[in-house]
Ligand binder design. Structure first.
Ligand SMILES: [Zn+2]
Length: 308
């Protein structure tokens, strides 16, 4: 996908690399939301976006997850006219990328338990890329629910669970919408490449876009939920909406977990994303809920993945 203008690429990122990617490590587990709006998390690497981009960088309200301090889903936010601000990802351990940042062989593949992207118990994070890096689900289906974008495909079993979850929410008077589901390696690759070009290096790109092969969205198991009326889509204030609260309380009953809970970025690698849900199956989701375990890494006894 070629983007001709910066704005276009920004939109592309917004549409494609959302949650999966960009990893804003830093947002800090600040209490609740305070960190959001304009508080820049830990030092963005590429400090401001050059040229036009800078403009919306810090725009609080409208800043999608990409906004500083906002959340982790950097590019996900549909910020009209706004460009994702550099996420607070710590480039400390930036991979040796000199241009071929997203090279599939750049990172050693995760092996052993929870490394099979075809399994619902796969764990994908900054230290556990998909294997193969360009993995794609064998089957994808668009669930029969309200959607906010065209990126609404999910694995068939996940689509069914989404349909059940959304129907239950509707029965409770809460309207949910599917904002974004599966994103391919190719989509993420082109998006990431466009950011590398914009910034001139991978370190800068990493602040606003996830590397291809490291996105949970690429498994077909994750989706971003929104409120039917579009309120606070992919932005911090979403967590205060009835949709977010209902989903947080009930998702486990349908096999989903809130993958990036507030205050656990040092483990998950992403700051809070009240809209990003990951299908793990009811056995896991209900067990985690019963135990009060907040992250997949802790549940499965895997290492924390604060950065790449
Ligand atoms: Zn997401």
């Amino acid at each position: 996908m070629r983007v001709t203008t910066f704005a276009a690429s920004a939109l592309l990122v917004v549409a494609l690399s959302a949650c999966s990617g960009p990893a804003p490590t830093a947002a800090g587990p600040t209490g609740t939301a305070a960190s959001s709006a304009g508080i820049p998390g830990p030092a963005p690497t590429a400090a401001g976006l050059t040229g036009t981009a800078a403009a919306s960088a810090g725009a609080p309200e409208a800043t999608p997850e990409s906004g500083p301090g906002a959340t982790s889903d950097p590019a996900a936010g549909p910020t009209p006219g706004g460009l994702p601000a550099p996420l607070q990802r710590e480039p400390a351990s930036a991979p040796s990328t000199s241009g071929a940042a997203a090279s599939p062989e750049a990172t050693p593949p995760a092996t052993g338990a929870h490394a099979d992207p075809r399994a619902v118990d796969v764990v994908v994070n900054k230290r556990r890329p998909l294997v193969p890096l360009d993995f794609a689900p064998a089957e994808l289906r668009r669930p029969g629910v309200a959607t906010a974008t065209d990126n609404a495909l999910l694995r068939p079993d996940v689509s069914t669970a989404v349909e059940e979850m959304f129907a239950a929410a509707a029965a409770d008077g809460v309207g949910l919408t599917l904002v974004s589901g599966y994103r391919s390696y190719a989509n993420q690759e082109s998006t990431y490449a466009s950011w590398v070009a914009q910034y001139g290096d991978a370190a800068g790109a990493d602040t606003v876009s996830a590397r291809p092969g490291y996105s949970e969205h690429q498994t077909g198991l994750a989706f971003d939920v929104g409120q039917a009326d579009g309120a606070c889509t992919l932005v911090l204030c979403f967590r205060d909406t009835p949709a977010a609260q209902w989903a947080a309380a009930r998702a486990a009953d349908y096999g989903f977990i809130l993958r990036y809970p507030l205050g656990y970025h040092e483990i998950t690698g992403f700051s809070a994303e009240s809209w990003h849900f990951r299908y793990v199956g009811k056995d896991v989701s209900l067990a985690m809920k019963a135990a009060g375990t907040q992250t997949l890494e802790e549940h499965f006894g895997l290492s924390a993945a604060p950065s790449y």
